[in-house]
Design a protein around this ligand. Structure first.
Ligand code: IMP
Ligand code: MG
Length: 177
């Protein structure tokens, strides 16, 4: 059975998303437009809340990558592109929006991939970060919450597609029977 304990409730999430959006509005006030790239699937709820709080001109794109454990044949930590953005990001200000940064391998891969396309600037925003799990150096410009090494679900985050649409971010503990 899945045991769920609330770690960050919806009011705390909402307040933090307000702050992140305010910061992004300030930082890109003179940029003349921003391309938000949401990393599917986990970021879709965070991205929709964040984007709706932006007052600067912006457009929304999505990208999807494989995550480890999806296929047994995959090397742990290996990242594969499943869905690419539809438009050229050359010369554009780009902000990658991630649900959670764990080892940092997904974001490191995306930063390499997108940087090669010559954006005017490339920054990254993650709702959650697990600092104790970091394995690679990545540049994370906006972080919602730092958490310990626990598995969290809700607000877009899943475990085997379960609990993705819970309003709160909860710690998942798997128990027998
Ligand atoms: P990475 O290890 O930083 O590359 O993270 C890879 C991906 O693993 C994240 O984008 C999430 O999709 C997923 N992930 C890591 N930790 C969690 C968690 O606690 N809950 C749900 N998904 C997670
Ligand atoms: Mg993700």
């Amino acid at each position: 059975m899945d045991e769920l304990t609330t770690l960050i409730d919806q009011d705390a999430i909402s307040a933090r998303v307000d702050e992140l959006a305010a910061q992004i509005n300030r930082d890109y006030a003179d940029a003349g437009g921003l391309v938000l790239i949401g990393v599917l699937k986990g970021s879709f709820i965070f991205l929709s809340d964040l984007a709706r709080r932006l007052t600067i001109p912006h457009r929304v794109e999505f990208i999807a990558v494989s995550s480890y454990g999806e296929r047994e044949s995959e090397t742990p930590g290996a990242v594969r592109l499943i869905l690419d953005v539809r438009h050229d990001i050359g010369g554009k200000h780009v902000l990658v929006v991630e649900d959670i940064v764990d080892t940092g391998r997904t974001l490191a891969y995306l930063e390499r991939l997108l940087e090669a396309r010559g954006p005017a600037s490339l920054k990254a925003c993650a709702l959650i970060r697990k600092p104790d799990r970091a394995e690679v150096d990545i540049e994370l410009d906006y972080v919602g919450f730092d958490i310990e090494d626990v598995w969290v679900v809700g607000y877009g985050l899943d475990f085997a597609e379960r609990h993705r649409t819970l309003p709160n971010i909860c710690v998942l503990r798997l128990t027998d029977s």
